[in-house]
Design a protein around this ligand. Sequence first.
Ligand code: SF4
Length: 341
Amino acid sequence: MVPKTNLFGLTLADLQQICNNEKMPKFAAKQMADWLYKKRSNSIDEMTNLSLKVREQLKEKYVLEKSLPVDSQTSVDGTKKYLFAVGKNEYIESVYIPDKDRATLCISSQIGCKMGCRFCVTGKQGFKGNLTAAQILNQIFSIPESSALTNIVYMGMGEPFDNFDAVLKSIQVLTSEWGVAMSPRRITVSTVGVIPVIRDFMEKTECHLAVSLHVPFGDKRQELMPMQKPYPHTEILRLLKKYDWSGQRRLSFEYIVFKNFNDDEHSARKLVEILKHLRCRVNLIRFHSSEGVPLEGVADDKMIAFRDYLTNEGIICTIRASRGEDIMAACGLLAGKKADE
Ligand code: SF4
């Protein structure tokens, strides 16, 4: 039997194609998009402005499928980590972070990751597969806080630019008028710097970009991040300088501060040197040690001194607030544990 196609996760163009194939009226595509993304329906039967005959016809080949989280952990500060099953014994995580007038969801784009960053638990688990656009969007649509979300960050498990077709589809659903109609300025996509895809992302979306830089020296960055070899940070910066960052679109660099590795003045000075002609900001991130990762975080005063150095040199720099530390450990840990069970 041919498996049924999930309508959830499809773009308006995909739905128009279905209408075409099924000889349904063209306007039904827009109606379906409305049920899927605005009214957040859970079944084809709920699409009551499609005739009963059309609904029955659709149900022969299509389904509307979403899946609830299989587990969650709540931090004392309100941060919540959700676990979703995405196949046989495979799990991904999303993290809900409420903060005053904001509610951010950090979502995953792959099951595991190929990038192999040395400080990352997900990287250590290796790559198990790509998420579909439906599985990416499901994380947003299937948590209890779904309708309260104000911001989405693609910073969970996986490298979004290694699964860009699905990521782009999910962004189209989120930002299009026929979809969720969310402002692209409320969406940030993070990458280690997959150069060819950065170009695509810049042309096809208006979302913010966050580049995981972590080290301003090539050889040291490669020690930490093997992807430095195919995509050197100097080339990433050269490319990013070609774009206009003077508008509302934001470019940020993520910098995890590791003890005795990238926390010294020499690194801070180099960081200023390579970023000073680029309109951007730097997010300093605290590192929390995890098993099997031979790196340590730094004390608060060191973080503050590093930030102050950059700020005095004219670089906008913030220290990312640590949230959900009691449940967080490291991204990928919960999914790994569940799969081991
Ligand atoms: Fe992959 Fe991100 Fe982990 Fe690097 S930090 S291995 S890109 S999930």
